[in-house]
Design a protein around this ligand. Structure first.
Ligand code: ADP
Length: 430
């Protein structure tokens, strides 16, 4: 028990004893005790009322009466109140600082709740995407920034994913959107101005496309003369081999230019239209017939497990199959097998090309779809590889909302799996 509590109890006991003593003196002990108790009670009621007024008015100095335990109660409550106020002030200050710093950020930051409704946004979000802090609060972000890519990003919950969308407020400006989970159900959407990057990559694409296009015409002339020379029959013997080599190399250059042009075209076009259906079984058969060379190549097995069709561009899907199959045959010995499978899955459909060939070192797998990347440079160049095939496959698949998954084991073979989403698959024959 504290010193003041002891004093308080001692004081009350002393008062009651004094009342009883005075009462006893007048032969009315009980009355004396009662009057003393009443006085004690009245004093405490007065203290309580003062305390109540002090709490209400927050003015502890004016209503502070008496001393002892009440003095201590007043002081403690006042101290706690002052501490609470100081804390509140420092939190307010901190909040102001946080808001100031998020407003100073060059990137837009938007807090979204579980329903993708805006909880708060910073100044850059207003400048970049026109989001108004007060007016747009509580509205769904995908109703304000209407872009299918952003909607897909919000639905996917994939942290590694980010998309570029045009700014709704400034013409020609591009925003990169990235979502980070935040505080339980909430999300933070970051918007970054990537106009320069988009402009640069367009310049690069245009340059590659223009250069490839311009180089094609002179190359066609060179090709023509080399063809004529090779077929003329009156070439000096020492020139026969060089001309055949020159012809081979110029054809290879033509193929490189064509593939670079194709890549540029794929890169600058959006999603493939869903107007036409592609019958995969027929496509697999016709590609196999083009490739089957009974004497030197590995076996080609076709495994069609579903009659489902694909919504997209038949020519592009054919180039995916041709690229994957030609790679598989190139890196599989003649006694090996290459299997092409088409099947439905719970999430859509898959086109899988597996081989029992050389396999790929795991360190190379993440880089295979980079343009001009070759895992085994010497060998793939010798065998006609350019390093653009898988880049084309990746872009065609992206245009069909599909993904490429590669797995491989050195010496055992590789698997290239193209995963198409359900909305690109027509399950039954129409
Ligand atoms: P390339 O024209 O060189 O085949 P790609 O882009 O098609 O270019 O392939 C890139 C690289 O991936 C190849 O150079 C090769 O090293 C490796 N690769 C692709 N497919 C296979 C496969 N089925 N087996 C082994 N390696 C492969």
């Amino acid at each position: 028990m504290s010193e003041s509590a002891r004093k308080f109890i001692f004081g009350v006991a002393l008062l009651l004893a004094a009342g009883a003593l005075i009462g006893w003196y007048y032969d009315e002990t009980l009355w004396g005790l009662l009057v003393a108790a009443l006085l004690t009670l009245l004093w405490q009621i007065r203290q309580l009322l003062s305390f109540d007024r002090a709490l209400k008015t927050d003015d502890f100095d004016n209503f502070r009466v008496g001393d002892g335990i009440w003095q201590q109660i007043f002081s403690r409550v006042q101290f706690e109140r002052d501490r609470g106020k100081r804390r509140k002030d420092s939190y307010r200050q901190l909040l102001r600082e946080i808001r100031k710093s998020t407003d100073a950020m060059p990137d837009g930051a938007v807090i979204l709740d579980a329903e993708n409704e805006i909880v708060s946004s910073n100044r850059a979000a207003k400048l970049l995407a026109g989001l108004k802090r007060k007016k747009d609060k509580g509205h769904r972000i995908d109703n304000i920034l209407r872009d299918p890519k952003l909607t897909a990003l919000l639905e996917s919950g994939d942290l590694g994913m980010n998309v570029d969308i045009p700014s709704p407020v400034v013409d020609g400006r591009w925003l990169n959107c990235r979502v980070v989970p935040y505080g339980g159900e909430q999300k933070l959407l970051f918007l970054r101005d990537v106009t320069d990057r988009i402009r640069l990559s367009k310049m690069r694409r245009d340059f590659v496309a223009n250069a490839s296009h311009e180089l094609r015409s002179p190359l066609t002339v060179i090709n023509g003369y080399l063809d004529a020379l090779a077929d003329s029959g009156d070439l000096p013997a020492e020139w026969e081999k060089p001309v055949v080599q020159m012809r081979g190399q110029s054809l290879r250059m033509k193929q490189i230019l064509n593939e670079m042009l194709e890549l540029s075209r794929l890169e600058s076009s959006g999603y493939a239209s869903r107007d036409a259906t592609v019958e995969i079984a027929t496509l697999l058969d016709s590609v196999r017939n083009d490739f089957e060379r009974p004497t030197v190549a590995a076996d080609i097995v076709i495994n069609v497990e579903s009659p489902a069709r694909l919504l997209g561009r038949a020519g592009e899907i054919e180039s995916v199959i041709v690229n994957l199959l030609s790679n598989a045959l190139r890196y599989t010995p003649p006694d090996g097998t290459v299997t092409l499978t088409w099947r439905e899955t719970p999430t859509g459909a898959e086109l899988i090309v597996t081989d029992t060939g050389d396999g790929i070192d795991s360190e190379h797998i993440p880089r295979l779809t980079e343009r001009f990347f070759r895992a085994d440079r010497g060998r793939s160049r010798d065998e006609g590889g350019i390093g653009l095939g898988l880049a084309i496959v990746k872009h065609v698949l992206a245009r069909h909302n599909a993904e490429l998954a590669i797995s491989s084991e050195l010496g055992r073979g590789s698997e290239f799996r193209c995963r198409f989403p359900a909305d690109r698959v027509v399950a039954e024959n129409p």
